[in-house]
Design a binder for this molecule. Structure first.
Ligand code: SF4
Length: 414
């Protein structure tokens, strides 16, 4: 077993833990933001319905800003106010509502999980973090802890990006905060700190603190309700802490939670010395040729051909203009030829490479891919019969296009 971390990285004084809980909850009661999922959950007496309201918000908030989520959340809860309603929705409807929110597999997994609860669990939500994580697709450790603590009152902690930042600062944890060893310590700490009588509020308070006060770049330490417990702040104000008797003096030895010896405390950064992350891998560069095929529909309005992506992988099941990944370094002439070849399948007739009009390039950043779409257009006259043996495809007006399950990248292309 790994040695216990040095005391300066721990919460070991019960009186201090009690004080921190009290200060944080009092601040939360006074300062929390009024958010639709909080309002819904607070007004909902039924624990399972509350769990559904929390669950949807937590899935939407993964990797997405609160301000962006609010409108999607309200529309979702209006359309599918209960888990049972969601279980009856089609994936197409889910994708249409999710369009523009990104990370599309989240919506799909949410709907799969709702179906599972209805069909395999007799409509009963699992009620502990362990069961939620084990039984529901798309529910990881964090989401399970959030649902269990906020809806069912289980005294279990949560660790998300905001909590990582706050805890690393409170306890001067400067080792790579994305490493499994540090993450495991932070979960231990979150579980030890969580208030036993108000676990859901405590978890939300810790996250709220990270979102509004202990923010990444310029934290508002002067207004912080837990500043007297913060070792990063103390270190900023008073310098290096005195070594704690009988434990290793952090930063000198091989403490697994201190900043690496090669990158010691930088006094110009103050509390933002924490947390630290190993450099991210740069996103992979990819190029895709895409063609906006247009025709005049029967009422004279312009229509565009969209085709459906495969049901797994990136942007699963979403609609797009016919597209083709391009090999690196392909010359423009060759690019047109392969695209023209690919389009023949959709149009059912030969397409001259020279007839493709180059429009420009659209760059879209997915979490791990730096994607460039090389955009062409091709007006078609006459009727085009679509081959039903290919992926589903349809002609849409501009208005229909925007109401379809299309990604933000495709909207940029249009
Ligand atoms: Fe964060 Fe500053 Fe509060 Fe410490 S005192 S928890 S660094 S806002």
């Amino acid at each position: 077993a790994p040695a216990p971390p040095p005391a300066q990285h721990l919460f070991s004084d019960p009186a201090e833990i009690e004080a921190l809980r009290g200060n944080l909850l009092a601040w939360y009661d006074k300062c929390k933001r009024d958010l639709p999922w909080r309002r819904l959950a607070a007004a909902e007496p039924d624990a399972d319905r509350r769990a559904y309201a929390v669950w949807v918000s937590e899935i939407m908030l993964q990797q997405t800003q609160v301000a962006t989520v609010i409108d999607y959340y309200n529309r979702w809860m209006q359309k599918w106010p209960t888990l049972q309603a969601l279980a009856q929705a089609s994936l197409e409807e889910v994708n249409e509502l999710w369009a523009g929110l990104g990370y599309y597999s989240r919506g799909k997994r949410l709907q799969e999980a709702a179906r599972k609860v209805v069909s395999e669990l007799a409509g009963q939500m699992p009620r502990t973090a362990e069961d939620l994580q084990k039984l529901l697709p798309g529910v990881g450790r964090y989401t399970a802890g959030a649902i269990a603590s906020m809806s069912y009152g289980q005294a279990t902690g949560v660790v998300d990006g905001n909590v990582i930042r706050v805890l690393c600062r409170l306890r001067c944890i400067g080792a790579d905060s994305s490493s499994p060893a540090v993450i495991e310590r932070l979960w231990d700490m979150a579980n030890a700190l969580v208030d036993r009588s108000r676990p859901g509020d405590f978890n939300q308070a810790l996250m709220e603190l990270g979102a509004t006060v202990c923010v990444p770049k310029a934290p508002l330490c002067g207004e912080c309700p837990v500043k007297q417990h913060c070792r990063a702040r103390r270190r900023k104000l008073f310098g290096k802490p005195a070594p704690v008797p009988d434990v290793e003096d952090c930063g000198v030895g091989s403490c697994p939670l201190c900043p690496p010896a090669a990158e010691p405390w930088d006094s110009s950064l103050g509390v933002t010395n924490f947390p630290r992350k190993a450099a991210k891998k740069p996103p992979r560069a990819a190029r895709t040729a895409t063609c906006v095929l247009e025709r005049r529909g029967c009422h004279g309005a312009l229509e565009y051909l969209i085709v459906q992506r495969p049901s797994s992988g990136l942007l699963a099941g979403l609609w797009e203009f016919p597209s083709l990944p391009l090999a690196q370094g392909l010359q423009e002439e060759k690019q047109r030829e392969v695209l023209a070849d690919h389009l023949r399948a959709w149009t059912g007739r030969p397409v001259a490479a020279g007839g493709l009009r180059f429009i420009g390039e659209v760059v879209h950043i997915f979490s791990h891919i730096h994607q460039t779409y090389v955009v062409y257009s091709l007006p078609l006259d006459g009727d085009v019969t679509l081959d039903p043996a290919l992926s589903p495809s349809r002609w849409v007006t501009e208005k229909e296009f925007h109401a379809s399950a299309v990604s933000t990248a495709m909207k940029k292309v249009l």
